[in-house]
Design a protein around this ligand. Structure first.
Ligand code: CUA
Length: 319
């Protein structure tokens, strides 16, 4: 990790140089205009001070001057808007094929699970040179996932899923902070990001013999007896879930909602909030029975169900 005094943290992600460039531009332009304005105030105060024999004159019709001081700031601010919003969009939309990792903030630690099921706490191992997508939520209060070297910060909000992505460029260790006051040990809610070469990461990832989120989700699906209703073909009282992920679900009201992480989560905790059209509101709530980590596993399992798989299950039940 970095040593001694540094004006900027190290640049260790693909965003870092872009963010720093924009930051330096904003600082530079603010400094330039501050110096200009204060310089002119001082020069004019001396040059045009009250003296005997000098009268103030009212200046009128300075049209070109008006245009100048309207157009210059307008173009500058528009330029800043375009520049910063394109950077914001670049940071907001994870590229396809990014490696999925889930992060749950809980007073006062970060719980992380990789796509093969390997878990860690307050440490995040990632390969360098690859896009990594984090799905972020909180078990209790608002936390904020902050990695200065990546120029990346995102709130972890209870009841919501936020995604963020990055591509680490340089192997090494970097600080992870919680950047939202979350109680007594907020200042200790820190960790480290370990960026490794792809080969090292693969061997690290293989080091833990654990179930993948999909496998754990499947177990939970059985444990909570979801299948008794959601998978049987004939006595089907609930929608089959295969292939639904990412599609639009029609509700009784005719309104359509996206079947995504948030919809699954809401339907597990508050099943009657948005019941799919044509189905009775018979599902019990699982509030208090499913932790945020289990919820992410359940979602991973439901996500993994292909339409075909579900059709086979249904056909199997019909036979
Ligand atoms: Cu978690 Cu501050």
């Amino acid at each position: 990790m970095e040593q001694g005094f540094q004006l900027f943290p190290r640049q260790a992600s693909t965003f870092a140089t872009h963010v720093d460039r924009l930051y330096l531009f904003l600082t530079g332009i603010s400094a330039f205009f501050s110096v200009l304005i204060f310089g002119v105030i001082i020069v004019f105060a001396i040059r045009y001070r009250r003296r005997p024999g000098h009268e103030a004159i009212q200046v009128e019709d300075a049209f070109s001057l008006e245009i100048l001081w309207t157009a210059v700031p307008a173009f500058l601010t528009l330029g800043i808007f375009v520049w910063s919003s394109s950077l914001f969009l670049y940071q907001s939309i994870p590229p396809k094929g990014a490696r999925d990792i889930s992060v749950v903030g809980q007073r006062w630690m970060w719980k992380i699970q990789h796509s093969n099921g390997r878990r860690e706490i307050n440490e995040l191992h990632v390969p360098s040179g690859q896009a990594v997508k984090l799905t972020l939520t909180s078990q209790d209060v608002i936390h904020s996932f902050y990695v200065p070297a990546f120029r990346m910060k995102q709130d972890a909000i209870p009841g919501q899923y936020r995604t963020l992505w990055f591509e680490a460029t340089t192997p090494g260790e970097y600080h992870l902070f919680c950047a939202e006051y979350c109680g007594t040990n907020h200042s200790r809610m820190t960790g480290r990001i370990v960026v490794m070469s792809d080969v090292d990461y693969q061997s690290w990832l293989g080091g833990g013999m654990e179930h993948t989120p999909v496998e754990t989700g499947k177990q939970l699906f059985t444990q909570f007896d979801c299948a008794s209703c959601h998978e049987s073909g004939e006595r089907r009282r609930c929608p089959t879930l295969g292939g639904l992920y990412g599609t639009q679900v029609e509700l009784e009201s005719g309104q359509k909602v996206l079947f995504d992480e948030s919809y699954v989560r809401e339907s597990v905790l508050d099943p009657n909030a948005k019941v799919a059209k044509g189905f009775p509101a018979v599902m019990p709530s699982f509030r208090g029975q499913v932790s945020e980590e289990q919820m992410l596993d359940l979602i991973a399992y439901i996500k993994s169900l292909a339409p075909q798989q579900q059709r086979e299950l249904v056909e199997g039940a019909n036979r």
